[in-house]
Design a protein around this ligand. Sequence first.
Ligand SMILES: [Zn+2]
Length: 346
Amino acid sequence: MLNENLEQLSNACGVTGREEEVRNLMIKLMKPYVDKITVDNFDNVIAVKKGKKGFPKVMLAAHMDEIGLMVKTINKEGFLQFAKMGGIDDRILLAQKVIVYTKKGPLHGIIGSKPPHIQKEEERKKIVAYDELFIDIGAESREDANSMGATVGDPIGFDVKYVQIGKDTIIGKAFDNRAGCAVMIETLSQLEKTECTIFAVGTVQEEVGLRGAGTAAFSVDPDVALALDVTVAGDVPGVREFDTSVKMGKGPALTVSDSGLIANPKVLRWLREVAENAKIPYQLETGLLGTTDAARISLTRQGVPSGTICIGTRYIHSPVSMMSLKDAENSAKLTAAAIRNIKKYF
Ligand SMILES: [Zn+2]
């Protein structure tokens, strides 16, 4: 079921700030396992599974948004120029197939540039910056592009479909962070009655500065929080063990520290002991330049003890990434086991 849910979530569009399609899916998929679902003023979806009085309130956060593009201008020849939404490396944009989500439905296009055949020697060696690229939707003019539905502000996603390429290995779009969303749903499905109350939150606008997590954490006011997300897997050529020791398929990665969070020591002990007792493999991650919703949640109100459970994923922040289903399964298993044992720690 995790696999099927992740496939649906990965194929859906949720460019940061335009998460509606993913949010609707999340509501549908979480519904059987929770008591109440609301959407807050900032468009986060908050699902509640009620527990008993006197037990802690746990917030799980999985961001629903993905990096992508947005139509910035449409030139008179009918080509779309775009803004970047979230951290995107210009080098990965050229020649990608994309989908422009317009009011009249999706339009397929290609990110183009000046052809190499007519580039000067020096030009060919340079990285083409995103502002020199354009999207070709086959329109003949600005008016034609408009009549096809394209408008300034339309979100643009990468055109990549989910594929399973091995027993446990999958490739697809937006595993950052549909993988965390799928893990959150799977966790809820594994928990019967719980003593603590769980707030499973699908957050918005994480990729542009952890924004949704801020408003959601303020309203939930949790006693402890876990961000379910992905992280960089370093087991590819050119990456030193020192840069990151996290490997694909070797179990969920628990953040010790990253650029926004030093995991609360009690949270870290809780997750490690539960993983060890349940014989779930895990990895520790320290000093990564990047962060998760846990960073913002931990700074809410008077402070919230926070940590992360992340899946080591290859090629994140590119149009297509790769991960192990085993890591996703173990992440859900660990999250559920942690919740079952929370009373010993909080
Ligand atoms: Zn993420």
